[in-house]
Design a protein. Structure first.
Length: 603
């Protein structure tokens, strides 16, 4: 116990002395270890510590660890003192000689350099509790004190003329050029030499103070860049004074790309037309239905993303929150929830409590703002259901029948149910399943139908059990359902639909199809019953051919308008849009899409 106490006292004394003193103390303590160690070990240890090499190493270590006092400036503002001196000099010969000396450019440059160096060696302001009477340090002093002098780094980058650097710059409250964000997958991100929050001081030896100066110097550089950078101080603080949060959990793929999730865009975006984007050049343009690979969501307003299947670089896209606020914004001048009363006073109407009702679900769906839909990358597999949707007479049923006839072992259709009485020679289960009206109405109330309607006083509909029966047989169920039925099929694990919207071509293409008789749509009806609905009771009555031309053009416009309306209303449920300009081409596109499902990943 006595030896242990003696060693503890020695260790405490050594911690307060220099390395040389500690070394000498250990050498003197070797004689005290004669009873605890072997003689041979003590001789070896004493010879090692007495060697000139070890003594020199100890002196060198002591010199390196000893604090070096930097020269302290007498005054930090010598330039102002010199300026006051030149104005207050007496009109004597010596004063004129002194003024001539201190007014020379070289002397002025020397004094300015002295002041700049004095700023770097400014003593840190004491923050101890004992100096409570002193003023609190300013923000500039705190930042300068937090950055050590040896923390400034020189970063060398290889520049590619065809690739941007992949970073954005912001000016903080102190006028520093701070790296606001680094685009994932960009050149800066791949090299890993810069980080968000770093301060850029120089570019290729040129001092930069504004974003324009920084951009100009980077543009001048050809193959390489040398940046003088002050690393960010922990904790990382943004320009607004908020501590930045840690990045959310992410998934690193086998190719090194860090992915948070995949999103399906439900709107089109052009960064050149976005006035809120801080830098339109780094925005990512996408169309409705594109799959976006989300790489970073740290910024609540701007996400970093890439287009799946594209070799382009990552870019900024508006976040879900930002786009919802932008779409839901109502101009105060167009806000009809308030009215102007007497003497200009604003009268607020009592808010109506809205309760959700099934019969009003279409109105509630219009108020829903869905900008992105999260999807999952799945291995190749075959969908269970193919839904062909579009306006009336666009050729969906013809396309469905051709698909089934091309491969009856792979595709099948469902047989609809009806409350119409069975006619003579009709077989139950061949063209229709016949049921009484009460049974059909009861099953509709039990939600057993995907869709239903009434025609000539009889109910017709497609039962969900019929779709399940086709799926259980190992075939893909092909439906030419109405777009309203997509709400039931969408994201259904039971039916796993692939929705193709058959869009109507332009008006001129529709006219050409009618003129050349290659229309795959509904046949023309030129009967007198249809023609009689137009008022043409005059002596210059129109001929039947002119009436047919008039009705065709009206039908084509109606078809075109209906197709556009349905596509806008149900675009969030649609996987693929095919314009039916040529029926054979449309059929080949559909068959190719279905074949790719078994060989390519799906989102």
């Amino acid at each position: 116990m006595g030896v242990l106490k003696h060693r503890n006292m020695q260790s405490s004394a050594l911690s307060k002395s220099s390395a040389q003193d500690a070394f000498e103390q250990v050498r003197k303590s070797l004689d005290d270890l004669a009873e605890l160690a072997k003689d041979t070990d003590l001789i070896f240890l004493r010879g090692l510590m007495d060697s000139p090499v070890v003594c020199t190493l100890v002196k060198t270590q002591d010199k390196l660890e000893s604090p070096v006092e930097a020269p302290k400036p007498v005054l930090p503002n010598s330039s102002r003192l010199i300026h006051d001196l030149t104005r207050r000099c007496d009109p004597s010969q010596e004063a004129l000689e002194l003024r001539r000396i201190i007014s020379k450019p070289h002397f002025q440059a020397l004094i300015e350099t002295h002041d700049e160096v004095a700023k770097l060696h400014k003593e840190p302001v004491s923050r101890s509790s004992s100096s409570a009477s002193e003023h609190s340090p300013s923000e500039d002093t705190m930042i300068e004190d937090a950055i050590p002098l040896d923390a400034v780094r020189m970063v060398g980058l290889r520049k590619n003329a065809n690739e941007p650097l992949g970073l954005t710059i912001e000016v903080d409250a102190n006028g520093n050029l701070v790296i606001a964000r680094i685009l994932a997958g960009g050149m800066i991100d791949r090299q890993g030499l810069l980080h968000a929050g770093d301060i850029i001081r120089e570019v290729n030896g040129i001092d930069v103070r504004t974003p324009d100066e920084l951009q100009a110097e980077i543009a001048k550089a050809r193959e390489s860049l040398t940046l003088k950078v002050v690393p960010s101080v922990e904790p990382e603080v943004s320009a607004k004074g908020q501590v930045k949060k840690a990045p959310p959990a992410s998934l690193t793929l086998h190719d090194g790309t860090t992915t948070l999730c995949y999103m399906r865009a439900l709107f089109s975006y052009d960064p050149k037309e976005d006035t809120l984007l801080p830098c339109p050049e780094i925005g990512l343009e996408f169309k409705h239905g594109d799959i976006l690979q989300i790489l970073n969501q740290n910024d609540p307003n701007w996400w970093q993303a890439k287009l799946v299947g594209s070799s382009g670089h990552a870019g900024l896209i508006p976040s879900q929150e930002l786009e919802e606020r932008r779409k839901a914004f109502v101009d105060p001048d167009k806000d009809y929830c308030h009215t102007i009363g007497i003497c200009g006073t604003r009268i607020s109407k009592k808010k109506k409590k809205m309760m959700y009702q099934m019969k009003q679900n279409a109105d509630f769906d219009k108020a829903e703002l869905v900008m992105y839909e999260e999807v999952t990358r799945m291995p190749p597999f075959r969908r269970k259901t193919l839904a062909l949707v579009g306006c009336h007479g666009v050729g969906r049923r013809t396309l469905k029948n051709r698909l089934i006839n091309s491969d009856p072992e792979k595709f099948a259709a469902v047989i609809p149910y009806t409350s119409r009485p069975q006619r003579e020679l009709e077989e139950n289960g061949k063209s229709y399943w016949f049921q009484d009206r009460l049974s059909v109405e009861r099953e509709i109330k039990e939600h057993q139908f995907l869709e239903y309607g009434e025609h000539n006083g009889h109910l017709y509909g497609t039962k969900l059990e019929s779709i399940r029966s086709v799926i259980r047989s190992g075939k893909m169920c092909v439906l030419d359902c109405s777009p309203a039925a997509l709400k039931i099929l969408h994201n259904s694990q039971e039916f796993m639909p692939y929705v193709i919207f058959i869009a109507s071509p332009g008006l001129e293409e529709l006219k050409n199809i009618y003129e050349y008789g290659t229309n795959p749509y509904a046949s023309r009806n030129l009967g007198f019953e249809r023609a009689s609905s137009i008022r043409y009771s005059s002596r210059r009555a129109r001929t039947l051919e002119s009436l047919a031309s008039l009705y065709e053009e009206e039908d084509l416009k109606r078809t075109l308008d209906e197709s556009s309306f349905l596509q806008r209303s149900y675009e969030k449920f649609i996987d693929q849009v095919i314009i039916n300009e040529d029926f054979d081409v449309t059929f080949r596109k559909v068959a190719e899409l279905l074949d790719n499902m078994t060989t390519e990943h799906q989102l």
